[in-house]
Design a protein around this ligand. Structure first.
Ligand code: GTP
Ligand code: MG
Length: 322
């Protein structure tokens, strides 16, 4: 089957490299349907990719992520960059309402062929959303985009998993009271290479910026080995204020990792570890929970009857994957 499809693989890889949006949309739909015979293509596309700057944008619901991304697109386009956006919405498994909102807010860019915007929600998603998002990024990365944005709501585990695909993570916060900053501290220190305090028109905005800066300074004293001091940018995304500064901060990150290849390599290895773990989990989930393969079923029956144990079953499945 791989043999028979290799012409197709070459044709699709070439079409994507040319920036063929229709080919791209077709493959993404197949990813969303979790089509099994896509794997040989994804293998080829992964090897063809790796040029784009993958920028993750996360933060609590309603922080202004989509409005900010829309403004960032404007700045990047002005700087001659071609931009793809993948808005992943794990929080609305049934409604898809927020996804529609994302589409509307980014509607200004629909006539620009230097911009591609795609939303993914849990609804209709057969496999894990994070894994599927990773596959879509593989497809986009095999194209000629300069920047690929992945936007996702940052609240739970799933969302963190998606943002791990990014080269750099922009954490969008909103102005908050002192207690809230304390509460947000753990999350803030865990994820984010660049911080944004959006809704800069809010009276608490400057105070929140300086509190987050204090937190970063303190954290830097505790971890003096880290060479990147995380910037905090105040924005007002509905007016586009601070957005140039944010685009500069993102560029500075990429300049920084170019000058610190060890940081870049560690990051890249970390990403591959997570990506591979995700693929393993997804494959096992599929075999155990979805496929109803006869051989797996009979092993499960042996565990049910206690002739085997789940540890041995896990070992057998993992050994079968290797
Ligand atoms: N006052 C003010 N409102 C803003 C600003 N930026 C965004 N908003 C408003 O905040 C609301 C949420 O904006 P979105 O861009 O949809 O936020 P989001 O983080 O993408 O939201 P979800 O994807 O649903 O989590 C909208 O009503 C925006 O108009 C800002 O700078 N100031
Ligand atoms: Mg949004």
């Amino acid at each position: 089957m791989v043999e028979a499809g290799s012409d197709d693989i070459q044709a699709v890889t070439a079409a994507l490299a040319r920036g063929d949006i229709r080919a791209c949309a077709r493959i993404i739909s197949r990813v969303e349907r979790a089509e099994e015979d896509l794997v040989p293509l994804l293998r080829a596309l992964y090897k063809a990719g790796g040029r784009a700057q993958v920028v993750g944008v996360t933060g609590p619901p309603g922080a202004g992520k989509s409005s900010l991304v829309s403004q960032m697109i404007r700045v990047w386009r002005k700087r001659g960059k071609r931009v793809a956006v993948l808005a992943v919405d794990p929080s609305s498994p049934f409604s898809g309402g927020a996804v529609l909102g994302d589409r509307l807010r980014m509607a200004d860019h629909t006539c620009d062929d230097g911009v591609f915007i795609r939303s993914m929600a849990s609804r209709g998603q057969l496999g894990g959303l994070a894994k599927a998002a990773g596959d879509v990024l593989t497809v986009l990365d095999a194209m000629d985009w300069d920047v690929i944005v992945v936007e996702t709501v940052g609240v739970g585990q799933n969302e963190t998993a998606i943002i791990r695909h990014a080269d750099v993570v922009v954490l969008v916060q909103t102005p908050m009271g002192g207690d809230d900053v304390q509460a947000a501290k753990a999350g803030i220190n865990e994820i984010g290479d660049i911080y944004v305090v959006n809704k800069g028109d809010h009276p608490e905005a400057d105070r929140t910026v300086s509190q987050i800066r204090d937190m970063i300074t303190l954290d830097h004293h505790l971890h003096p080995e880290s060479t990147w001091i995380r910037p905090v940018v105040k924005t007002q995304s509905i007016l586009g204020q601070g957005v140039e500064d944010l685009a500069d901060a993102v560029q500075q990150w990429f300049d920084h990792v170019r000058n610190h290849p060890e940081t870049a390599a560690a990051r890249a290895r970390h990403r591959v570890r997570h990506r591979t773990a995700e693929i393993i989990r997804d494959t096992l989930d599929k075999r155990l929970l979805r496929d109803e393969e006869q051989i797996v079923d009979s092993m499960i029956d042996q565990v049910v009857s206690r002739h085997r144990d789940p540890y041995t079953l896990a070992d057998s499945l993992l050994a079968g994957m290797a």
